[in-house]
Design a protein. Sequence first.
Length: 662
Amino acid sequence: MKFTNQLITTISLCMLTAVVIVLIGAGISFYQVGALYQQRQVDTVLRLVDEGWQPGAKPEVIDVWLPKILEVGGIIDFTLLRDDIPVYHSTRVDAAATAGDVFTMEYVAPLAAEANLSARVVLRPPFYNIDHSLIDLAGILSAIGLVFVGSLLMLRWFRRQLRGLELLDLRGKYILQDQLNLLVHDTHLEWPHQASQALDKLLLDLNNASKERSRFDSFIRANVFVDKRIGIGNRVFFDNRLEAALNDSTDHGGALLLVEIQDLEQINYHFGYERGDEILTAAAIYMGHFVRGISGALQARYTGTTFALLLPNTVESEAQEAARQVMKLLRRLNWPDEITDPAIYIGGVCFRFGESMLQIREEAELALRSAELQGGDGYFMYYKGVTEESMGKGTVRWRTLLSRVLAQEKIQLDRQGIYQAPEQAPVMYELLARIQDEQGRELSARQFFPMAEKCGLLQELDRNIISQALVRLPDTEPGIMLAVNLSATSLLQRKFYNWLLFELMQHPKSQLNKLVIDLSEAQVSRHFQALVKPLNALKALGCQLAVDHAGQDVVSTQYVSDYQLDYLKLHPSLVHDINTKPISQMAVSSLIGNCAGSNTKVIAMGVETKAEWQCLSQLGVYGGQGYFFAYPESATAKDRSVTQEPAATNRPSARSKLTASR
């Protein structure tokens, strides 16, 4: 019951009780007044009889005047008693009609005229003969009606006055349910105004604190992973990402370019460090524009005058072309007039899964030294035979393969559990997309989704995977969530968005509450405002939201509160060997702290060792996913017990989340 209804009901009951008490008291008082009046009449009759009675006289003497007095007093029966023996009796004519009438009263009183003489009087109660007609009761009925109408008007006015209090209570309810976005009324209508304004101030302070905490989280991670001078990733950030790329068994591979600007030292010496920092920052901006055009690419400051570019899914010919474009961009910088031919050198090397990070860095540095010695165009590639044929990157080949898979509906969905403890049942299953190429080799989503986007088949793939997930949703075990990856690019397309809403509406909300939609942090940060409407619609239908690859880049985590996320999934590069990396522990603690006070649960992806999981548990993560808990299995297979796959230290080093992520 609403607070105002409770208050109004209480007031109404109090008023009704007061009216009833007043009416009962008035009735009792009215009756007592009548009884007192009747008693006075009886006393008057007895006094007259006492004065008119002569001792020794015959009783018939008083019979001359007594009947009329009795009639005037309304006395039905009068009896004189001497030693309880009747000596005189007088009865009204209509006394027979009242014989046996229970509504009579009897008075017995002694008389002073003679000893042992008493009188007994029988009469009706007060107001017995009053005719209770509507006309006689019109006054009191009108008064009662006036009180009733006045009470209704007062309660209506009182309800209108308490409307603001009801709105304030409604806002408090939404705050407790974490559904403040459903509030539609104007807060200025709330009452008491001071309480409403105090609530506004507290919510504003809480929102500012949340933003400040997000900024503080970004600040912490920026100080850990970002170069303070030019604002791009530092060496620690680059090493983590390179290590994650080398441990990704599903990646095509990639390329590492080291870009060295040797003239910066000369500029710092002759023109000052401010001029050198200006050139350095401009170079970072130029290369930043370049890497943003390549999905998943990143740049970092490798050393003082050297930048590192990490290009995923890149072969040697593409890496060489990228080096040529970077060289052209950097030569366009606003160099001092004294520098006519900037000394810019680029060394590059391609890599595949499983190679040593130390080896790749040595090869890239060797290529950079070779570029310096070679001169000429200023870039040199360390050739290892990584071609499009060896990596299967032909666009025509991929279009043919993906079109065939979509036509034959041969996209397979495996699943991998997310656990709160190694010996417990999973709390969530993540669906992992798989296809087979022409040779029957299994390809993960991370391999074919970038090519699907390049071929224009991304929406069709997302549509197929979502359809399969919705088919499996009713058969999901009770209490277990089902997570499916979805591209933000597809979600922002109106046609796909309308189709998705229509498909979700075909399922009851109890089933949709078990569906978790995964989005990449990079896509969320890139399309932050555009995703607000579609994600709110998904939440309204009952779906849960998750963002994976969290911590991959140093971006604001304001989306955690704005999107009302249910799950935040850490990037495997933060999880890998976290027990030996204090910097990664600091970054994870910052992300977990940013989710404090909300319903967002932090999940660690790519957990492979017991030491990693123990460290993550101490930091406060909600759950984990990886080879430490369970390997991916067919989505149609029965749920296997965790005890059948105990944690092991000799499992593959590939990060398990990267086998699923695209």
